[in-house]
Design a protein around this ligand. Sequence first.
Ligand SMILES: *Cc1c(COP(=O)(O)O)cnc(C)c1O
Length: 356
Amino acid sequence: MSSFVFPVTRNDKPSAKPDPKELGFGNYFTDHMLVMEYSEGAGWTDGRIVPYAPLAVDPAAAVFHYAQEVFEGLKAFKTKDGDIRLFRPYENAGRSNVSSRRLCIPAIDEELYVEAVKALVREDSDWVPAEPGTSLYIRPFIIATEAFLGVRPSKDYLFCVILSPVGSYYKEGLTPTRIYVEDECVRSSGGGTGFAKTGANYAVGLLSQEKAKANGCAQVLWLDGVERRYVEEIGTSNAFFLMDNIVYTPPASDTILPGITRKSAIELMRAWGLRVEETRFTIEDVLDAHSKGRLTEAFATGTAAVISPVGEIVYKKESIIINNRKTGLLSLRLYETLTGIQYGDAPDTYDWMTPI
Ligand SMILES: *Cc1c(COP(=O)(O)O)cnc(C)c1O
C-alpha cells in the first residue's frame, strides 16, 4: 500500500469521451489533474487531484520569462483483461529529477512522483481507451511559479500532471518517414541542456521543424553543435542505424536526451544477440554506408510512436532512400515486442510494467 494520499475534488461536469477513432495525439484531456506545490522550507506538499481547469499563475512567474521548467511523457495501457499498467514510470521519475537538477528545480521523491501519477490515472481510469494502438498519454511537468523578475532560481514551484487519451500513431502499420538533416541550427551543445527534458529545448527546435516540413520531411535529424557532422537525435526521439549488421546509436551524453524507449530497445536487441554500439558517428558515415549498400535500416525511438522507421534522409541537395522506403525487419520486431509487452500480449520478462 502506498503511504501517499492525494485528496480528490471530483469534477461535477465530466466531459463526454471522444470517439476513440478520432483521438490523434494531445487533443483531449481527462476530467482531472494532479497538482502539488513546493515552497522553501515546506518542500513538496499538498498533492491533490482537482477538476481539470486553467491554472492561476502570476504573470511575473519565472517560468514565463526564463523558462525554468521540466516535463516528462509516459503512457498507461489497457490490457485485454481491462488492467491498466504504466510503462517504466520510475525511469521517468528519475529522469525528471536529473532534468530538474540542471534547471535548479528541487527534486521530487521518486516514490511520491510515481504514486501521484498512479493516483491520477486511477481517478480517470475510465479515460484509458481500449481500442488497439490507443493509450493514455501522461504529461507530468514542473514550473517555476514565484512572482519575481530577477534572474535566479524560483523559490516556488508547481508540479502538475495532466492526462490525454491518444490514438494509434500508425493507422495502417508502421510508415517510414522522410527526415531532413539540419546543418545550420543546433538543438543542443556540450554543457547545455540537451540531456534535460525541458521546454526550452523544444522552443529552439521549432524553426528547424518548420524547415523540415517546408522540405517535405516529417522530422529533423540533428547534428552536433560543434562540427555539424555527428548524428545526435531525430526530432524528439533517439536515432538508430543498422549498418553491416551492427546497430549504431549515439552514446548518452550531455547533448542527448536519454530516452526510455531507447534504453528498452537496446536491452531487447542485446538480449537477441545483436551487436549494439553506443558510439559517435557522422552523417557522412551514414551516407557512405548507404552508397556501399551497407545501410539496411534506420529508425527513431520515443514514447509517442515507440518505433518510427526512416525511409528517406535529405541532406543538403542529396537524398538517400533506405530499405526501399519499407519498414525493416528489426524496426518491426522492436515495435511488435515493445507494444506486445505494453498491451500485455507478450510476457513482461523485464518487469517493465507497473500496475496502477
Ligand atoms: C522525450 C525525448 C526522447 C524520447 O524519450 P522516451 O523516454 O523514449 O520517450 C528523445 N529525445 C528527446 C529530445 C526527447 O525530448
